[in-house]
Write a protein that binds this ligand. Structure first.
Ligand SMILES: [Fe+2]
Ligand SMILES: [Fe+2]
Length: 492
């Protein structure tokens, strides 16, 4: 009983020591020292058995292949990277023995020696802190598992008499030891650094298990070819394998670039919309009569575009153009917007300048060039009697024709300084009467179909979706279709 109590107390003391050790810099240095010492002792022991000259050259070649493979590793996810560097390691361990296995495994991490790192990797390692410590830990780990795989291969090979049986057993044993040992050490390192080692095992365990049936037969065939056909079969396999990995890495890099561009596009779209809503809010603040008009035109224009079967991108554009179509009114002289009663001829002319002023404001924004043109033409008429350019029919951009219908309808159904709002029914008749003179027939037909099946709140732009606040970037994300191509937002 006394012994049990003593044992438990010792266990508890060890656990509290370990808890203090974990995550501390002292602990990590101690861990690195223990790994390096273990690797040095193993290397010292193995070095007593001399390698043949042939084996030295093959070991150097395999070490170089492992280094190249590791340098060109492929990133599969934020925490997952793969390379074929284990292939030369397992081969060296299975065919040449524990010391070559150890040397090749350690060489694979030579390219990660901090001064040799490139670009992003270098920045990452230096930012994470203690780059040499990290390098020392992983090089020692590789040296240890390379030697262990070689030891396992010796034991495996000794179980069979035939050359083929020995080669297969040696590679199987080396694979079974190297892969899981690599993973266990990675988990242990993470644990010592204060993380949950279990997370590493559950994240990478399936990849390791899936890779083992691939490595073992490939290395077994290579080993048999090396021993029974010619040592030159090795470079014949490794060179294309490294090239294939390189090509795949380049492909991955390109895909990442495409994803980054798509991400950038989305951020630009979001920035565009924030900019547009900020401009419209400025206009609303100045003109209380037209407050809410832009937001209503945006929703109507978007819905007409959808009803007409336009693409998601065009619907998006219609919405954005609706929001900013009257932005040029910001540039009109003080008092004109606020003037009660009818405008004089000169005042009307000045008011008409808002579409050109709007174009000028918007064309200063790089990605708004197309929007600027649509805004310029939102008061053109199908018969060519509109302004500012008097263009007609299909010369008028389709989205300008759509905005024109939405704009006129909302203006008619809202109160103005000089008149009360018209009922929706009357406004719709007016739209229908002006088809082919003022308005585009298809746009009016699409709008009529929408209004015929809508609620009164929608017809009078009173529902919640018409408020400018509800048309923020967040709600807009839902509308954005994933962009299949790399291109600048909107203006493409
Ligand atoms: Fe306008
Ligand atoms: Fe308008």
């Amino acid at each position: 009983m006394g012994t049990l109590v003593q044992g438990l107390a010792t266990l508890r003391a060890l656990r509290s020591c370990w808890a203090a050790f974990r995550g501390s810099s002292r602990g990590i240095f101690g861990y690195q020292a223990a790994l390096a010492t273990t690797a040095a002792v193993i290397a010292g022991y193995l070095a007593t058995a001399p390698l043949g000259v042939g084996a030295v050259w093959v070991t150097i070649g395999l070490g170089a292949a492992a280094l190249l493979a590791e340098r060109g590793r492929i990133t599969l996810g934020p925490t997952t990277e793969v390379s074929i560097s284990l292939l030369p390691t397992v081969f060296a361990a299975a065919v040449l023995g524990p010391l070559p296995g150890m040397i090749v495994a350690a060489s694979s991490y030579l390219g990660d020696f901090p001064p040799l790192l490139r670009g992003g990797q270098r920045a990452y390692v230096y930012r994470a802190g203690a780059p040499y410590l990290r390098w020392g830990i992983y090089t020692s780990i590789r040296a240890i598992y390379g030697a262990a795989a070689g030891g396992a291969a010796v034991v495996g090979a000794s179980l069979f008499v035939s050359d083929t049986g020995s080669a297969v057993a040696a590679t199987a044993a080396a694979t079974i030891v190297a892969e899981p040992l690599d993973l266990l050490f990675a988990a242990l390192t993470f644990h010592v650094r204060g993380g949950r080692g279990r997370d590493i095992i559950s994240a990478s365990g399936p990849v390791v298990v899936a890779a083992m049936p691939f490595y073992a037969p490939v290395v077994a065939v290579l080993a048999l070819a090396y021993e029974q056909v010619s040592p030159w079969t090795l470079p014949l396999f490794l060179v294309p394998a490294l090239a294939a990995q390189r090509v795949f890495a380049l492909y991955q890099g390109q895909r990442r670039l495409v994803a980054d561009f798509a991400n950038l596009n989305e951020r630009l779209e979001a920035a565009n919309l924030s900019f547009a809503t900020a401009l419209v809010a400025t206009l609303d603040a100045r003109d209380r009569y037209t407050a809410g008009h832009s937001a209503a035109v945006a929703i109507y224009a978007r819905d007409i575009a959808r009803r007409m079967g336009l693409s998601d991108e065009q619907q998006h554009l219609a919405h954005l153009c609706g929001l900013v179509h009257d932005i040029g009114k910001i540039g009109l002289s003080a008092g004109l917007l606020e003037k009660p009663g009818a405008l004089t001829l000169d005042e009307r002319r000045e008011m008409q300048r808002h579409s050109e002023i709007g174009e000028r404001i918007l064309s200063n924004v790089d990605t708004y060039v197309e929007i600027a043109s649509i805004v310029r033409h939102h008061h053109e008429r199908i018969d060519g009697e509109g302004y500012p350019d008097g263009i007609s029919g299909d010369e008028i951009p389709l989205l300008s024709r759509i905005i024109s219908v939405a704009d006129a309808y909302n203006a008619m159904t809202s109160d103005r300084p000089y008149r009360d709002a018209m009922p929706s029914r009357v406004a719709r008749v007016r739209l229908a009467q002006a088809v082919e003179t003022q308005f585009d027939t298809a746009a009016v037909a699409a709008f009529e179909a929408i209004l015929a099946s809508s609620s009164e709140d929608y017809r009078l732009a009173r529902s919640h979706e018409f408020s400018l606040d509800s048309q923020d970037v967040k709600s807009y994300d839902l509308l954005l279709a994933p962009s299949p191509n790399v291109r600048p937002a909107i203006s493409a």
